[in-house]
Design a protein around this ligand. Structure first.
Ligand SMILES: Cc1ncc(COP(=O)(O)O)c(C=O)c1O
Length: 452
């Protein structure tokens, strides 16, 4: 077990009462880590964080090249958000969700301003999964229909309904899941087969809708830009076409922007790239930049109005929690004050150049994608056959060696199957971005040696 004592940058203010190995030992003994057999987990002990960096108790510094779970969008330890949480805690730490509070009202009004089209009414939750659960509920109550379509290459959360919507292998352990979920086609099929055209995927989607029975379908849910399943940017025309198919059949379109929202793609919300207004939009993560947990379902005005005289069947003790609402308002102010959406767009262009450069110089780089500061590298064993460097839902010695190298060199990011992510906080500077890519550049010498 590494205790990360090999220091890159030592910062004495990281002192905690526990050492890194003590933290790891206690957490492993008494807690379960996510999506893992516990014997295989190898956590990094974290003591403090600032900007794009975090530190172990021993002072080893990491570049956070995944914004933790693609959520600390504004960067770590922003004093403006910390102060807003402290002030709210001192004034009103909690009020139950039947009460009205200033922060709840002000946050919803602000979200109505920055979300697309006539999305105007919000239900607050504790995170992404609960937002998707409530989006399903709202779609069913509003349409009087039951079925929900979702894609295989997707993740929508770890609770019963959200995990049933989820198409990736994390779903398997939660099956059979909730009734009424069916699959619509994906537009990407892995590095070997690549992308469908817009026409192909839309025509197969229409066929599935017809076979399922359009009048039985309440909603279709898609990650606008797919996150952990590969930073999959839809081909132009896809979202517009999906919107038109939904309109034709009275089906609601739910955009899951839990990961893609709040500037990650260089727009407030990814749907803005294609000027599509979904009926329901789910968000979490960047909403507070993860300073306090909060999610929300946004809905178009006429859907919100439906619940004026029809019961809204939904509730959570921590709905509209004042500390979370205060954190979200402060985070949104930081996005605006520091023009972080613009920074994501501008540095997304720099990232594009850096990714292309990697692809030119490293034979193991099969392809790269990014939109704003939402990026991925897919590695291959062979550029002609495009055989991935690790199988679907698996790993390989070479990918493991890359994980080890990044860890030793102080670069934290998600390495999954044959891919790794490039998703830094949106406050990153060009120099910091280049610093991270210089580490990646050296790491890829390891994977290049596997190429035949
Ligand atoms: C697109 C998407 N939807 C939903 C979720 C679930 O969010 P949470 O973990 O906050 O429940 C995630 C989490 O990664 C996500 O990426």
């Amino acid at each position: 077990m590494s205790t990360d004592t090999e220091s890159i940058t030592t910062d004495p203010s990281t002192a905690t009462s526990m050492s890194g190995s003590e933290m790891i030992e206690l957490c492993r003994r008494h807690t379960l880590f996510e999506w893992s057999a516990q014997a295989a987990v190898d956590p990094i002990p974290v003591a403090r964080s600032k900007g794009i960096y975090f530190w172990t108790p021993e002072g080893k510094r990491f570049i956070d090249f995944n914004s933790q779970l693609m959520c600390v969008n504004v960067g770590h330890s922003d004093e403006r958000i910390v102060r807003a949480i402290q002030e709210q805690a001192a004034t009103l730490a909690y009020a139950n969700p039947f009460m009205a509070t200033e922060v709840r009202g002000r946050l919803a009004a602000k979200l109505a301003e920055i979300t697309p089209g006539d999305i105007d009414v919000f239900f607050f939750t504790n995170g992404g999964a609960e937002s998707d659960e409530n989006a399903i509920r709202i779609a069913r109550l509003f349409t009087g229909r039951q079925k929900i379509g979702a894609r295989y290459r997707s993740y929508h959360g770890g609770t019963a309904g959200a995990l049933t919507l989820t198409g990736d292998p994390r779903r398997w352990g939660g099956e059979p899941g909730i009734p009424g979920v069916f699959r619509i086609p994906d537009f990407y099929h892995g590095i070997k087969k690549g992308f469908d055209t817009t026409e192909e995927v839309l025509s197969r989607t229409e066929e599935v809708i017809e076979l399922e029975g359009p009048k039985t379908i309440a909603a279709i849910i898609v990650e606008t830009v797919t996150g952990t399943n590969g930073i999959l940017i839809p081909p132009d025309g896809y979202l517009e076409g999906l919107r038109a198919l939904c309109d034709k059949h009275g089906i609601l379109l739910i955009a899951d922007e839990v990961m893609a929202g709040f500037g990650r793609t260089g727009e407030w919300f990814a749907v803005n790239h294609w000027n599509v207004v979904p009926d329901l939009i789910t968000m979490a993560k960047g909403l507070t930049s993860a300073y306090v947990q909060l999610g929300a379902v946004g809905m178009r005005r006429h859907i919100g109005d439906h619940f004026q005289n029809n019961m809204f069947y939904g509730g959570l003790t921590y709905n509209s929690h004042p500390l979370a609402c205060a954190a979200a308002l402060a985070a949104i102010a930081v996005y605006e004050q520091d023009d972080l959406i613009g920074n994501s767009r501008r540095l997304g262009t720099v990232m594009r150049g850096l990714l292309e450069d990697l692809q030119q110089r490293h034979p193991s780089v099969g392809t790269t994608r990014n939109i704003g500061l939402f990026g991925i590298v897919e590695l291959v064993r062979n550029r002609e056959t495009r055989e991935p460097l690790a199988p679907f839902n698996g790993t390989s010695p070479e990918m493991q060696a890359l994980v080890k190298f990044f860890r030793e060199e102080g670069l934290y990011t998600i390495v999954r199957w044959n891919t790794f992510m490039t998703n830094p906080p949106l406050c990153i500077t060009e120099a910091e971005l280049r610093e991270a890519f210089a580490i990646i550049d050296r790491g890829l010498e390891i994977t290049d040696r596997a190429v035949s």
